[in-house]
Design a protein around this ligand. Structure first.
Ligand code: ZN
Ligand code: FE
Ligand code: FE
Ligand code: ZN
Length: 267
C-alpha cells in the first residue's frame, strides 16, 4: 500500500478530526505508513495578518510536533511521520526556513496557494478568476511553483497543478509549463506529489495531470503520494486510482522519507 504523506488535522482551523482519528482510519484502510503535514503557521497574508482558518497559531506548533512524535512512538503497526506543508510566498523564505530548521521533520512539503496575495484555491475568492485571463493565472502559478522548488527549502512539491482546482483551464497546450516545472523539480532534487484531493473538487482529477506526471517521470523526478485529507474519512482516498496514474506515467516506485532522507519502495 502506498503511503499517505499529506494529512491535515483540526489544528489548522479548516479540517475536521484529531490525529488519532486519522490514524484509526489509516489503520482500517490498511495503510502502513502515513505522515501529518499540517499547514505551517503563516504570517504573510496581505498586511502580514494571520487567518486562523488557514493555519494554527505559531504557539501551537510545538504541540503539533509533540503529538505526531507521541503517535510515532505509540503506533507499532503503522509508521507515523512528521511533516509540514509550507506555503511558498516570495520574500518570506527566511521565515519559512526558520520554522523548518526548528524541528526534526521527516519531510517538508512546499506548496503554492497564493498568487500575489490572492488565494486562488479558496472557494471564497473565486471572483478573481473573472478579473484575470486564465492564461496569466496559469503562467504566474507555474512560475511561482518553479521558484518554490528552487528555494531548496522543500522535499516534496504539493498538488503541482493545483491551479486547475475549480476547473478553469486555458485552451493553450500546457506541455511547456509542465516541462518547465518538471525541469525545476529535477534541478532542485524535489519529489512530485501525486495528490488525490483534486478528485474532490471541480477539477475532478488527481494533481498532477497524467501528461504532467509523465514529464516528471521522464525528467527523473521521484514521486510521493498523499490524499490532502481534511477529514478522517479522506485518508488514503482513491489511492488505487493514484497508483494507476503512477503506473500509467511509468513510475514503479514512490519515495518514503525519514529525517528528510528518502528511500524508494515498489508500488
Ligand atoms: Zn488545508
Ligand atoms: Fe496545499
Ligand atoms: Fe494540504
Ligand atoms: Zn494541500
Amino acid at each position: 500500500m502506498i503511503p499517505d504523506y499529506h494529512i491535515h488535522t483540526c489544528r489548522c482551523g479548516h479540517a475536521r478530526g484529531e490525529m488519532r482519528h486519522y490514524v484509526e482510519e489509516a489503520r482500517k484502510r490498511g495503510l502502513r505508513e502515513i505522515g501529518f503535514a499540517d499547514h505551517v503557521p503563516m504570517y504573510w497574508l496581505p498586511g502580514e495578518r494571520r487567518d486562523p482558518g488557514l493555519a494554527m497559531h505559531e504557539g501551537e506548533f510545538p504541540d503539533y510536533v509533540a503529538e505526531v512524535l507521541s503517535l510515532t512512538e505509540a503506533c507499532q503497526d503503522i509508521a507515523v511521520r512528521l511533516g509540514v506543508e509550507v506555503d511558498y510566498v516570495p520574500g518570506h523564505e527566511e521565515t519559512a526556513a526558520g520554522i523548518i530548521a526548528g524541528y526534526s521533520f521527516d519531510y517538508v512539503i512546499g506548496s503554492v496557494h497564493f498568487i500575489d496575495g490572492w488565494a486562488f484555491d479558496s472557494p471564497h475568492q473565486l471572483e478573481e478568476y473573472g478579473r484575470r485571463a486564465i492564461e496569466d493565472v496559469y503562467r504566474d502559478y507555474f512560475q511561482l511553483l518553479c521558484r518554490a522548488a528552487g528555494t531548496g527549502l522543500f522535499d516534496i512539491m504539493a498538488h503541482p497543478d493545483l491551479v486547475k482546482k475549480f476547473g478553469y483551464r486555458p485552451k493553450a497546450d500546457l506541455a511547456g509549463l509542465y516541462r518547465q516545472a518538471a525541469e525545476a523539480f529535477a534541478r532542485a532534487g524535489v519529489c512530485v506529489e501525486v495528490n488525490t484531493a483534486g478528485l474532490r473538487w471541480p477539477a475532478g482529477e488527481i494533481y498532477p495531470a497524467l501528461e504532467f506526471l509523465k514529464i516528471c517521470r521522464m525528467e527523473g523526478v521521484p514521486a510521493v503520494t498523499g490524499s490532502d485529507a481534511h477529514a478522517p474519512d479522506q485518508v488514503g482516498l482513491a489511492f488505487a486510482q493514484a497508483r494507476e496514474l503512477l503506473l500509467a506515467a511509468g513510475y514503479t516506485e514512490v519515495a518514503l522519507f525519514r529525517g528528510r532522507k528518502k528511500r524508494m519502495v515498489k508500488i
